[in-house]
Design a protein around this ligand. Structure first.
Ligand SMILES: O=C(O)CCC(=O)C(=O)O
Length: 283
């Protein structure tokens, strides 16, 4: 797929937002350490969200390859339309996925000196779209440490009936379920374990401009979209700038090592062409 040149000029006020600084509070860092995720209100301006809501949606329409009727889809396919690494295909989206404001927020929350891109992805839960089963992302990633974090950026206000992302508090410390792929099984097994452990779940709506950050091992899910509106979300996955490749533990990690990590050798810093440093206190 060739790079589609950007024809959409980004207004100055939006560039200022993307290049700005959101001061992370010690309480937010502590919350993430304790709970494995944190939701941050007003991380981006409503103007930025509205602008990129249109830009990302155009790209999802252009690049999406899933057109099966809902009733013929698997549970995973019903959960969302998934379009990955849009930054490599559209320069306007690249400006969003590379936003220093978000990358610095990720680095400061992760308590690392800087972050690299793992990949970005749009996750659009269509009206009538199904649940996103419980899972932990890092099952998919051939990485040497737990210093990974996803920014989940709703491109509209996200009401409860649209399937806002839900988090199971403190589950980044659980060792159960780290070998389970997202599936009907993960939904059942993790749900059962969380119930037995009386895990505390946060499932709350997102305001316009609110962004959540969750660690790679935190269990999360989303409800079905029972509304008449699409739940449009852009996500950016960041990793510690010094993270190294680990030997793949499953087929998915083999694929990720090849597709997103330039087949980096085990033990080497993951610094392939798809993994630029997006923010570092060193630069
Ligand atoms: O958007 C969703 O429904 C799931 C998102 C998710 O699993 C993630 O961003 O890690």
């Amino acid at each position: 797929m060739s790079l589609a040149p950007t024809r959409t000029a980004i207004p100055e006020s939006i560039l200022q937002d993307l290049n700005g600084h959101h001061t992370v509070t010690p309480a937010e860092i502590e919350y993430l350490r304790e709970n494995g995720y944190v939701k941050i209100k007003n991380a981006l301006t409503p103007e930025t969200i509205r602008f990129f809501g249109e830009v990302v949606t155009d790209q999802v329409k252009r690049l999406n390859t899933l057109d099966l009727p809902m009733e013929q889809r698997s549970t995973y396919q019903k959960a969302f339309l998934q379009v990955m690494n849009i930054w490599t295909k559209n320069d306007t989206v690249k400006a969003f996925s590379f936003a220093p404001k978000l990358a610095r927020l990720a680095a400061e929350l992760l308590e690392v000196s800087g972050v690299r891109m793992y990949h970005d992805q749009a996750l659009y839960k269509e009206p009538g779209g199904g649940i996103t089963p419980w899972h932990a992302d890092q099952y998919y990633w051939p990485l040497s440490s737990d210093r990974t974090i996803t920014a989940w950026i709703p491109l509209q206000e996200t009401r409860p009936e649209m399937g806002p992302l839900a988090f199971a508090r403190k589950t980044h410390r659980m060792t159960f379920g780290r070998d389970i792929e997202i599936s009907d099984d993960s939904e059942q097994l993790i749900q059962k374990t969380l119930k037995e452990a009386r895990a505390d779940i946060e499932e709350t709506p997102f305001d316009l401009g609110e962004v959540s950050f969750h660690l790679g091992w935190t269990f999360h899910r989303a409800g079905a979209n029972t509304s008449a509106d699409p739940r449009r979300v852009m996500t950016i996955i960041y990793m510690d700038e010094n993270i190294r490749a680990a030997s793949p533990k499953n087929k998915n990690q083999e694929n990720d090592l090849r597709d997103w990590c330039h087949n980096t050798s085990t033990g080497q810093v993951v610094d392939g062409p798809l993994n630029p440093v997006l923010w570092s206190q060193k630069s």
